[in-house]
Design a protein around this ligand. Sequence first.
Ligand code: NDP
Ligand code: MG
Length: 391
Amino acid sequence: MVTSVSILGATGSIGASTLDLLRDGAFRVTALTANSDAKKLATLAREFDAEIAAVSDEAAYTELKTLLAGTRTKALAGANGMAEAAAARSDILLSAIVGSAGLAPTIAGFAKGRRIALANKECLVTAGRLFMREAQAKGAIVLPVDSEHNAVFQALACGKRDAVSKVTLTASGGPFRTMSRERLAIVTPEEAVRHPNWSMGAKISIDSATLMNKGLELIEAAYLFDLAPSQLDVLIHPQSVVHALVEFHDGSVVAQMAHPDMRIPIGFCLAWPERMNWNAPKLDLAKLGTLHFEAPDYERFPALKLARSALETGGGAPNVLNAANEVAIDAFRAKRLSFQGIPGLVEAVLDKAAKEGHLREPGTVNDALAVDHVARSFAATLLPQFAAKAS
Ligand code: NDP
Ligand code: MG
């Protein structure tokens, strides 16, 4: 039987990698979504003969509808349109919207036996416990697309859960791994989006440069695999060949390796529990020669420390961290905040939210979105204080 797939965030980097794998025709496309890029979405909907195309931004609806005239694709818009697209029946829902905007539509897509291929780590950071509880209640199967978590998922299959002692996520260290603190003070958004190993969207590329991405991934792993913060570790590995390591009580360490190409973990999720037989780039370790590992520098990259501490605090702290970080990244991209202002602003928002009692554990999606909203407004209020230092 042909497997059907829907993609939330089809016009992004993960969306493009996924569609690339679907081009061989072994899959059928049900729904595709974007935020506002109606042109790109309509082109993809036409190419893949999608049943539904949805834009989150209602202002883009007319353009989308016009561009889809004469096709069988139904055009939708707004929060309801996104929820309808997410819930449309398909075997796999690939969740690849960027940011906390992905939470509500992804949860709207939960259904019994449906595979949720999750790239949007912010779902688990904003409301991890709720997200996993809802998935279980609805019988949805969450499969991690994020390369490190996909690696952990694969390595965990080598032993019983109660025999796991430690899970280590690797991090490339980003483009500024060896940069001095003084030089870090003046890096530009253009430099920050240039990742050495992966080609990704702008937001996650900047998160990789601050190491906030690895912090978000620690939180993602804690909820996804139900691990205590003390069981989670980070290792810098500039080649991005070993994606994660699982250590068992008997001292055995199982690692997953692959060429750094997101199509590999995406293909894993699309074919699971089988393996996709495609022309994947293969590893040549002899050619690579050496693999390098080092401990992360929490002083030069304080975002990682902040994320770990938010994970330890628990409740709504990861949600506040994420929202503040999204505002900080936008400000950095707009050159209103320095690179080091990003963790500075996030820390200030976390302090304010703690003092004012906004770190509660979200019980519902609306709860999570309300705290997200408060944290964003705190970040906007505190921004000018940090922005002044950017110029
Ligand atoms: P991109 O920025 O490339 O794409 C984001 C997608 O989300 C686009 O389709 C965009 O639509 C859509 N979108 C943006 N804002 C909204 C919104 N408010 N409502 C609805 N849709 C929206 O991101 P990536 O593909 O790089 O990343 C997607 C997710 O996957 C992120 O959570 C990231 O952390 C995660 N991830 C990405 C990896 C990568 O290699 N890129 C690796 C591991 C995880 P439009 O085009 O209209 O703006
Ligand atoms: Mg990752």
